[in-house]
Design a protein around this ligand. Structure first.
Ligand SMILES: [Zn+2]
Length: 427
């Protein structure tokens, strides 16, 4: 592979070194010793934000904290440019419990590194750059994802303020505790006319780049999901006295359904289908289960594929219920629509990857990201970075400095091309 070091890739390497050092420093800000756990509104989230804010300022950015507690660093456009638009590089610095150190933070730190590159070169672009660090993407504390980016995208639902964490603290109270203002979240919304686009650099969370031996990938879109909860009701009874032929066992119905979900998931390229939770009642070793409740999470970027799979599983549920004399009820749960990346932004990203001498690998994301929310107001894309064995949401999360340097060099090149396109559009 031609990775001839240009001047841009050599400074990318030193900035990549700094990124991994900073990931280590952020990792220390945690609710648990020896583990990384940073949930929304907590002192450790605030301490990590202080670090990010210091690095943004050192890179020549002005910083602001919005009413949800998100941190935004801004690097102005060249002073000769009137009405410059803003290009956003995003990421999140909250985490799951016992997390890895790169999920989310890599996006924020890549944005800071991109600005450091401009600062070191003494240059400003024809567009302003904002590095947007979202305070809650994982949604661990309030069980709702994208809480940080939704006010920014103008899609925050005030009803969410009443949601409670495991201690009964409401989101509204947590926002206040974090120094924000739940009544003014509406003021955090960006004006779409001011924004040119959004990118997040994120670890792949899958093994494809490792398999293909390529450092980065273009994300063609974020998958959509369909979710449901299925209940079977039979008759509970004594495990020793009810003959096998007379049983109406809800749990054996569920067992069949779980295997059917796996079969359907395997039947189409790119489809994934999961039963992650199963409850059986009354839940005793010597009692035939009279009632079960199980979840279904089904994902594919094509809504038609999802709809066909859901239809097929609906039929399976009906058939199991009939054959086993179980009452079968299917409840649809809210899923999310697929978010395609912006074609023009993706072409620019492909060109930047090729410009750095790497083959273009295209992936779609099976996990949700803030780009889903941001897509409502601006063109979005993402760049994935190879991670070891595809592991994420786990302390074993690992990236190499070389791969991060590749991502930074691509990002430098992308920003240059976005700025020159914006300049041309003005002429
Ligand atoms: Zn993430």
């Amino acid at each position: 592979m031609s990775t001839s070091p240009t001047s841009s890739t050599s400074t990318a390497r030193s900035r990549a070194d700094r990124i991994t050092e900073r990931c280590d420093l952020l990792a220390r800000e945690s609710a648990e010793d020896g583990k990384i756990t940073r949930l929304y509104g907590t002192p450790e989230l605030r301490a990590a934000r202080d670090l990010l804010q210091g690095w943004m300022r050192a890179a020549g950015m002005t910083t602001r904290i919005d009413h949800a507690g998100n941190l935004i660093g801004r690097y102005e456009a060249a002073s000769t440019v009137a009405d410059a638009k803003t290009f956003i590089i995003g990421g999140h610095w909250d985490s799951v419990r016992d997390a890895g150190r790169y999920d989310g933070t890599l996006g924020v730190l890549s944005g800071i590194a991109a600005v450091e590159g401009l600062q070191e070169a003494g240059s400003r672009l024809d567009v302003a750059i904002e590095v947007m660090a979202f305070a809650d993407e994982e949604g661990v504390r309030f069980h709702t994802a994208f809480l940080g980016s939704s006010p920014v995208a103008g899609s925050f639902d005030p009803a969410w303020l009443a949601m409670t964490d495991d201690e009964g603290i409401t989101l509204g109270e947590a926002i206040l505790e974090f120094g924000g203002d739940p009544d003014r979240l509406v003021d955090d919304a960006l004006d779409p006319d001011d924004v040119l686009g959004f990118i997040e650099v994120h670890i792949e969370q899958g093994p494809v780049l490792q398999d293909r031996d390529v450092p980065v990938a273009v994300v063609t879109g974020i998958t959509g999901s369909a979710r449901a909860e299925i209940e079977f009701t039979g008759i509970a009874g004594h495990a020793g006295t009810i003959p096998m032929t007379l049983r109406r066992d809800a749990l054996t119905g569920s067992a069949e359904l779980i295997l059917a979900v796996e079969r359907v998931g395997r039947s189409v390229e790119g489809l994934v289908a999961t039963v992650g939770k199963l409850e059986a009642e009354p839940g005793a070793s010597n009692v035939v289960a009279g009632h079960t409740r199980q979840t279904l999470d089904l994902r594919h970027p094509d809504p038609d594929v999802r709809a066909r799979a859901i239809d097929e599983l609906n039929e399976v549920v009906r058939e199991i219920g009939e054959r086993r004399s179980l009452e079968a009820v299917w409840h649809d749960s809210p899923g999310f629509a697929e978010t395609p990346s912006d074609p023009a932004l993706n072409q620019a990203l492909r060109d930047a990857i090729e410009g750095e001498g790497y083959p273009v690998v295209e992936l779609f994301s099976g996990a949700g990201h803030d780009a889903v929310t941001m897509a409502a107001i601006t063109p979005v894309t993402m760049m994935f970075v190879r991670c070891k064995d595809g592991i994420s949401h786990n302390p074993a999360e690992s990236v190499t400095v070389d791969d991060v340097a590749a991502a930074i060099a691509v990002l430098d090149r992308l920003l240059g091309s976005i700025a020159s396109t914006a300049a041309t559009a003005k002429v």
